[in-house]
Design a protein around this ligand. Sequence first.
Ligand code: DP6
Length: 335
Amino acid sequence: MAHVTVTAPINIAFIKYWGKRAGGETLILPTNDSFSITLSTEPFRSKTSVVLTDKIAEDELWLNGKKSDFASTARLTNVLETVRATSPPELAKLKAFIVSENNFPTAAGMASSASGYCALASALVRAFQSTADVSVLSRIGSGSACRSAYGGFVKWLMGKEEDGSDCRAVQYVDHTHWPEMQVLCAVLKGEQKDVSSTKGMQLSLQTSPMMKDRIETIVPARMEEISKAVTERNFDKFAEITMIDSDDLQQVCATTIPKVQYATEDSYAMIRLIHAFNKAKGKRVLAYTFDAGANCFMFTLKENIAEVIAVLLHHFPTADESLCFNDTSLVASYK
Ligand code: DP6
């Protein structure tokens, strides 16, 4: 019986993916390039086990202890069909029993779909001996998941082709390039968000007046500038662009109709605190970024970690109840 277990990391984008070009929810091709860091699988990760068998009638997926309704999830079906179409026939005819689990708050801006689909794609490819590319397969599960297939600093290039053949994730530099870089996460009340990122970006693309410039000029320029900052390990520049892009995503959401808001009062308190801290230090030593959720991801250099954690815990008004820190170092891909 073929069986496999895979662990996959989350990735945090500092230039955000927000919008799909033609190909919609099936091909999942972005309207702009994005850029991220892949984190270590400690403490946060997704873990997926797959067993292939002829003893069950249908594929079965258990997600965080609950049985998933396969038929209603087009993306899962799409992923499985793609795997089977690229697998040896004697394996493709078997059914998959899948157990998947994340050890962090799901649907709270913690990139659960990214690591989740990457772990799933990788486990399926191995179990079915598929020739499909793990990153591409992860992408058709959830766009941002394609970046989790590589370690270090990863770009997701939007490509131009309609069939998505030139849309792919590439490692820009590996985890050894900037070992001082650290990522922290302040988990700010893991609420279930009311507008998914999928829905939010669809609405933004249709209604936000900021999207056109973001796609056509702003992000391409930012990608170039931040690539240089990463190459040169220029933290100040990296931090500046990261925070601007995060702010822009929130502005895009605020100008979307109906308005989308992921940040909470706690998120804004974090932003104010980080700006005040940088000001006191006389340079940028800490940068924040927010996805489609309230949680605050932060970047800093190793030399600042102790001070940063102490300052944030000390000043954050509700630290005891709602704040936890995990310093997460950058590591290689799980592959
Ligand atoms: C804000 O990858 O969750 O985290 O492709 O529709 O599944 P779908 O969306 P998803 O969007 C993530 C958006 C983001 C930014 C990013 O990770 O680049």
